[in-house]
Design a protein around this ligand. Structure first.
Ligand code: ADP
Length: 261
């Protein structure tokens, strides 16, 4: 639990720092790109300086892309928690997810029956699922399968998941499973740290899972990776079951008119 707390403190500090730096950096990069454009106009495509200038511009563009991601990471968006059904969120995303993972990877979705509602921010939950699926894809360069499962876990059942720091309560569990490379203990140790990546330069930022972690913490849930080298990885996310208040407005319409005395 302490480790998770230290982690979220660290994330917040890094987020604030990164946000400030990224903003100023972005302005400088805009100037570099603008002046490169001006110089490019003064050279013909065949000139030796032309391709060098193009290099400057391309790399500045790449850096600008990275700062944009940093800005998105650090932005403390105001949460708009809503009561929602996870299975519907997943279903709405499948077309997009399939397009992202390509033909070589099969996407399976398996919802349990009568999944409890949760209270969370839709956009953030979508971000979580997208980030996990992108990582799963990257772990299966030769193809494979991704399975997303939802299920209910009662407080009594939480015991059977022997995860450190998890509090016994009713949860909705979402599993994102892949048949990819899996992770070593050393990698598993660092995956939630901002900027930790094993991907090639320009391919990974190391911000995907730290973003996921931040969102799950804000939603008062838990996330655990289970990974076996050569077999695959499952990210297990536990979100607190939402218990509707007696007078809560339901999908069927407003609750009965309050009785005055
Ligand atoms: P990035 O994807 O930019 O590298 P992340 O924070 O999303 O950043 O992930 C950090 C690292 O965790 C990845 O570089 C990779 O080594 C590892 N990782 C994450 N998800 C998986 C997965 N499903 N299978 C194998 N490794 C993974």
């Amino acid at each position: 639990l302490e480790a998770q707390f230290a982690q979220s403190q660290k994330m917040q500090a890094v987020g604030q720092l990164a946000g400030g730096v990224a903003h100023d950096f972005n302005n400088l990069l805009t100037a570099i790109i603008g002046f490169s454009d001006l110089l490019l106009l003064k050279h013909k495509p065949g000139d030796p300086s032309f391709s060098e200038l193009m290099q400057i511009k391309q790399n500045a563009n790449r850096a600008a892309g990275l700062t944009r991601q940093l800005l998105a990471f650090s932005r403390r968006q105001t949460l708009r928690p809503q009561v929602l059904e996870l299975s519907l969120i997943v279903d709405d995303l499948t077309v997009l997810l399939k397009r992202m993972i390509g033909e070589k990877i099969n996407l399976g979705v398996d919802h349990g029956r009568n999944i409890w509602p949760v209270r969370a921010d839709v956009v953030q939950l979508e971000q979580v699922i997208i980030n996990l699926v992108v990582n799963a894809r990257d772990a299966m360069p030769g193809g494979g399968a991704i399975t997303i499962r939802t299920s209910n876990v009662t407080a009594a059942e939480t015991e059977k998941f022997d995860f450190e720091g998890m509090v016994a309560a009713d949860y909705v569990l979402i599993d994102v499973q892949d048949t990819g490379t899996g992770m070593s203990a050393e990698v598993l140790d660092k995956i939630f740290e901002p900027f930790f990546t094993t991907k090639d330069l320009g391919k990974g930022t190391g911000l995907g899972l730290s973003t996921v972690y931040g969102i799950i913490k804000q939603t008062e849930g838990f996330i655990y990776p289970v990974s076996v080298i050569g077999v695959g990885t499952t990210f297990k996310i536990f979100l607190p079951r939402h218990i509707p208040a007696v007078n809560e407005i339901t999908a069927k319409g407003p609750a009965a008119t309050p009785v005055r005395d």
